[in-house]
Every structure is written in C-alpha cells, then in structure tokens.
Design a protein around this ligand. Structure first.
Ligand SMILES: [Zn+2]
Length: 206
C-alpha cells in the first residue's frame, strides 16, 4: 500500500500546499515590471532550495512523462532541456527520475536566449522541455526554436505550474503540469481591486 501511494502524482492542492509552505506561492498585492497588478506571485526557486521538496516536485512531473508511452519508449536516449536557470533544478530532477541521458539549459546572453557554444556537437537526442513555471509561454516558445536549430524532435514539455492563459500545447506537444493556475492580471492600477482597497503594493521581478 505504501509503495502504491509513492507512485501517485500529488494533487494540485498538495502541490500548492508545498509551494505555499516554502514561500514559492505568495498572496498579496503585486506589481510586475510591465505594470500589471495581481494578487498572487510565484517565486519558484524558493521551493527548490529545499532538496526534499525539489525532489518531490520533479519526481511528480517526471511521472507525467513516464506514463506517456511515446516518451517512455524512447528513454533513456532523451535530453531534458531547461529554457532558463529557474528550470535547471527541474531538469536535473526529471532527468534523474527518468534516467534520461542528457541535460541542456538555455541562458540569456545579450538579451537573446541561447545554448552554450558547441552544445550542438555529439549525439542529439529527442527532447523534453521542462521549466519551473510557464507564465506566458514565451520562454518555452523561444526554446522550441533553439531545439529545432539543433535538429532534435520535441517529444514532451512540462512545468510545475502553468498559467491557464499560457498555451497548453507547443509545437503540437501538449504541455504537462502539476498545477494549472488561473491567474488574474489587472492591466493597470485603475483596474486593480487591491489598489481600490488601498492595500500596499509590492514590486516584483519576473
Ligand atoms: Zn494594484
């Protein structure tokens, strides 16, 4: 029975509990650099600073890939790709759980997302792109272009949290996530309920 329970994917409510407890999910009155206001903020690396929590989250996401026959049949010759530094611990955790062979991550260089030089040398495996959070989907979309430039097929895509306003599919591949979060953004202070209520605002970075 215990072994069976270990195999389950935690519910979105359980994942949100972990994110809240670690401070990765915050409620309040937040203003993004683009001027949008919102009542919630995710700072995902706060959940990944605890090794045990990081492991639970990454293993849970890996199970969503493991149950996909097309993906499972290609293991271990698969690359796990992160679009940014925030996705690196997710990529390492998912790789570990799936015993996939390779990990790559993209970085911002001069305002452009790119892989490290010479990363296109050697065997290029089919790719699974993973991130900690998908807010707009822009980072994933840029990473899809990078992976295409390597000549590798994309067989999976996922994140711990996906905003429901982001795409649910990329390059024909469904995006898997542990939490689908229906985030509400106010375009300006005039439209913001928390501003109207006079609650103090916190400025946050992406
Ligand atoms: Zn506001």
């Amino acid at each position: 029975m215990a072994a069976q329970r270990v195999q389950l994917i935690p519910s979105p409510e359980e994942i949100m509990k972990i994110l809240t407890k670690t401070g990765a999910f915050r409620e309040g009155h937040f203003v993004y650099p683009n001027g949008k206001h919102t009542a919630h903020y995710f700072q995902m690396p706060l959940a990944f600073r605890y090794y045990d929590t990081a492991r639970v989250l990454a293993v849970a996401l890996s199970r969503k890939f493991r149950v996909d026959r097309d993906i499972a049949s290609q293991l271990p010759k698969v690359s796990i790709i992160s679009p940014s530094s925030g996705g690196i611990p997710v990529a390492f955790g998912v790789r570990d759980a799936l015993s996939a062979q390779q990990i790559y991550w993209a970085e911002q260089e001069g305002g452009k997302r790119m892989f490290r030089q010479y990363v296109n040398q050697g065997d290029i495996n089919p790719c699974i792109i993973v991130d900690d959070i998908i807010r707009s989907g822009a980072a994933i979309e840029e990473t899809v272009d990078l992976v295409r430039s390597l000549g590798a097929p994309i067989i999976g895509c996922g994140a711990i949290v996906r905003f429901t306003s982001a795409p649910d599919k990329i390059d024909g591949v469904p995006i898997k996530s542990l939490v689908e979060f229906d985030e509400r953004f106010y375009d300006s202070a005039d439209a913001c309920e928390d501003c109207k209520a006079g609650s103090p605002e916190e400025h946050v970075r992406f």
